[in-house]
Design a protein around this ligand. Structure first.
Ligand SMILES: *Cc1c(COP(=O)(O)O)cnc(C)c1O
Length: 404
């Protein structure tokens, strides 16, 4: 490593809160599926900023929309109307078939906003006694890092020493519809769940799970809140992951790729009932729905559809998964995925996934370990067949490498 690289890393370590453990690479440029470090080395980005850069780095059309809007108007606050918000609403509602939209910034804010909204719906529409609303969530969930959210995490690292936490959450196993049925009470207002658990290591529920979940929620007047912040917007080869089971959530949360990685933009999408309970002064965000965010999100959604990225995710995802299955390495315990949301789970004896990610960096691939034993593979949705094959070759060599 050159001295300049060491400098960036050391300076971060000296001044920054050490709440991340980054791979030892300092990036300075990106284009499409590629990123470059400060020394000019090129890498295939197989993380895509946790799926926020699905449209590829620095997509020219999103960039143009952002620059153009930044020259005109960036922030008005919601105290005034702006000429981008209505267009954003119209376009995202048409695309997703939603009735109401609440724009926020980070994913965690969208989750918090949904929690507030379904509770309010529970009291004002469903008739739950005040203060008694219950929300069911799943073990090993990841919905963000705010206090409200980490309070119902089951990961000791995530919640440890951050309490006390808010009550009103029940935790059930993921992928177990019978457990949901048992957990529902007359005070249950919502079931908050990821269609595929991303941070838990790309955990795909059994086929038919969400069909059953949908039935149970409908039968019990429980709002099904799907956190599609990571799975949504083409990542799994469909616009929304719910489409794999042909169901519709009552509330859908989007973030990450909603801005193509340019700017934090998130949204709560719902039917009329849930977001309809929010009245002026009851919820808000200074930056939520600002014209810059709306212009960026509009462009990010447009290129996703117009450039066939969702179909490409399905096609290349299938190719990638087949290729991973063909790798004969005794380090691999399982490969799984849907669309371009893929994971390689290693045998415990293979050592920590982090070592393999470090080795992949040396071969020009940036990937991130999750939960010790799993390497997550989630490249931008613009990846080509040649690039998939290029990555597979390097993954095969790395995974058959002996680290002992
Ligand atoms: C990333 C993520 C979030 C949180 O989004 P932030 O923008 O980091 O707050 C919430 N839910 C899921 C499923 C995510 O992957």
């Amino acid at each position: 490593m050159s001295s300049s690289v060491i400098d960036f890393i050391a300076t971060e370590a000296r001044f920054g809160a050490r709440n991340y453990e980054p791979i030892g690479v300092v990036l300075s440029r990106g284009e499409g599926v590629w990123v470059w470090d400060t020394e000019g080395n090129r890498y295939l980005d197989c993380l895509s900023a946790y799926s926020a850069v699905s449209q590829g780095h620095c997509h020219p059309k999103i960039l143009a929309a952002m620059v153009e809007q930044a020259h005109r108007l960036t922030l008005t606050s919601r105290a005034f109307h702006n000429d981008q918000l209505a267009l954003f609403y119209e376009e995202i509602a048409a695309l997703t078939g939603s009735h109401k939209v609440l724009p926020m910034n980070s994913g965690a804010e969208a989750v918090e906003s949904a929690i507030k909204s379904v509770r309010k719906w529970g009291y004002e529409v469903k008739g739950v006694p005040d203060g008694q609303a219950e929300i069911i969530v799943c073990a090993n969930n990841f919905h963000g890092r705010t206090l409200g959210i980490v309070g119902f995490s089951t990961d000791p690292e995530t919640r440890g020493h951050f309490g006390p936490f808010a009550p009103g959450f029940r935790i059930i196993p993921f992928g177990d519809a019978a457990a949901l049925e048992e957990a529902i009470t007359p005070n249950t207002v919502a079931f908050l769940v990821e269609p595929i658990q991303g941070e838990a290591g790309v955990i795909i529920p059994p086929a038919g799970y969400f069909t059953k979940v949908r039935e149970l929620c409908t039968a019990n007047n429980v709002m099904l809140v799907l956190d599609e912040i990571q799975t949504g917007l083409g990542r799994t080869g469909k616009l929304l992951a719910e489409q794999h089971e042909g169901i519709e959530a009552d509330v859908t949360l989007l973030g990450k790729a909603l801005s193509g990685g340019f700017y934090p933009v998130s949204a709560v999408l719902s039917n009329n009932d849930v977001l309809g309970t929010l009245r002026p002064g009851q919820h808000g965000s200074t930056f939520g729905g600002n014209p810059l965010a709306c212009a960026v999100a509009r462009a990010a959604l447009r290129v996703l559809v117009e450039e066939g990225m969702i179909e490409n995710a399905a096609l290349q995802g299938a190719r990638f998964l087949e290729g991973l299955k063909d790798i004969r390495a005794n380090t691999i315990r399982e490969v799984r995925g849907r669309g371009l949301m893929l994971a390689i789970e290693l045998h415990p004896e293979a050592g920590r996934a982090r070592r393999y990610c470090d080795a992949l960096q040396g071969k020009g691939i940036l990937a991130k370990d999750t939960h010790e034993q799993t390497i997550r593979i989630a490249p931008p949705l613009v990846i080509t067949s040649d690039q998939v094959d290029w990555a597979l070759e390097r993954l095969a060599t790395t995974l058959t490498q002996d680290f002992s």
